[in-house]
Design a protein around this ligand. Structure first.
Ligand SMILES: [Mg+2]
Length: 335
């Protein structure tokens, strides 16, 4: 079925179906009026927005519509997590090319609604329009946090331990499988493709970190570890040392590189779209925080280095040698 057969209002009816706000005393009006009406929550309001453009951010034939729906919402939820916030509301605007079937849009929105439900977020509105060729998806997520809980990029201090919430480079490995049409055993390919098409979220970890009072700065890893740690360092006027032996790399990514070539560490440092959280924490609190998160979520944050004075980022080899990160050529991988 083509979109023009059901029309814009028929399409909006399909989106609205099943998008009933969980708490009517908080959300007085969702989809269906000129604007949503929401009772403000306590604390500070967080707002983030992301744009996903076909052929720039994704290829329609290398991700399912369901996964694309999940991922387009996940990247905004990840930004709220990076700020230490609780996510509340989702707005989705979409430009739909003529060749896209209504059934594909249903799958896209099924993915969006499912991840929204998992995160406790209500889909409250957006806009729909046509597009000549490419599918364009804009997601906006609001959230909140108490003033003393918000985790900014600035605030890192020399001596801080650097923690990341999961393995790095898996999404870049999944992208390689897609772009190079690699044939790999399913037990290797599946988790890497999942990391690329349907990244995990760290909303519970974010809240535990935020309320601990021991986190000095944070970011979610969208551009790659080296690049995103650079954002923290610039915003905080500090440098950093990454300990290469501690950068967590999955067994699947190692196997991919054994089979198809490449260096797992390089993918971990330069690969984008991991959507793990990176935080810098009081060194006295790092171990206890990591333990607390492991007990609460079953997922263990990894300590991968430390914040230092200065402005440069170094990679420390296991024998203690310091190499400047930007001389190693990772900038070549910048998007
Ligand atoms: Mg971000």
């Amino acid at each position: 079925v083509k979109l023009r057969e059901i029309g814009e209002f028929g399409f909006i009816d399909r989106i609205a179906a099943g998008a009933v706000p969980a708490d009517p005393s908080r959300v007085l009006q969702g989809i269906g009026d000129d604007a949503s009406v929401v009772r403000p929550s306590a604390g500070l309001l967080l707002v983030t927005t992301d744009l996903m453009v076909e052929r720039v951010h994704f290829l329609r034939d290398s991700i399912t519509m369901y996964q694309l729906g999940r991922k387009s919402v996940a990247i905004s939820l990840s930004d709220i997590a990076a700020m230490g916030g609780v996510p509340h509301d989702l707005y989705v605007s979409i430009a739909v090319p003529e060749d896209l079937q209504v059934e594909e849009l249903d799958e896209l929105y099924r993915g969006m609604k499912e991840i929204a439900r998992e995160a406790g977020v209500d889909l409250l509105g957006g806009d729909t329009t046509g597009s000549r060729q490419d599918l364009v998806i804009n997601t906006t997520v609001t959230g909140s946090a108490a003033p003393d809980e918000v985790i900014y990029r600035h605030g890192a201090r020399p001596g801080d331990r650097i923690l990341v919430t999961g393995t790095l480079g898996d999404s870049a490995g999944g992208l390689r499988i897609v772009l190079e049409s690699l044939r790999l055993p399913d037990e290797i390919a599946a988790p890497l493709l999942k990391a690329h098409c349907d990244p995990e979220l760290y909303l519970r970890e974010a809240r535990l970190l935020a309320v601990s009072g021991r986190v000095h700065s944070g970011i979610d890893l969208s551009d790659g570890l080296a690049s995103d740690l650079g954002h923290i360092c610039r915003a905080s006027n500090v440098g950093a040392v990454l300990e290469s032996g501690r950068v967590p790399v999955s067994a699947e990514l190692k196997r991919l590189c054994e089979i198809a070539g490449g260096d797992p560490l390089e993918l971990a440092l330069s690969g984008g779209e991991d959507y793990r959280l990176l935080v810098t924490v009081d060194p006295d609190a790092a171990d206890a925080l990591a333990d607390e998160i492991r007990r609460a979520t079953g997922r263990t944050p990894h300590a991968i280095g430390r914040i230092v004075e200065g402005e440069d980022i170094f990679l420390e080899t296991p024998d203690g040698r310091l190499d400047p990160l930007r001389l190693r050529g990772y900038d070549h991988f910048k998007r």
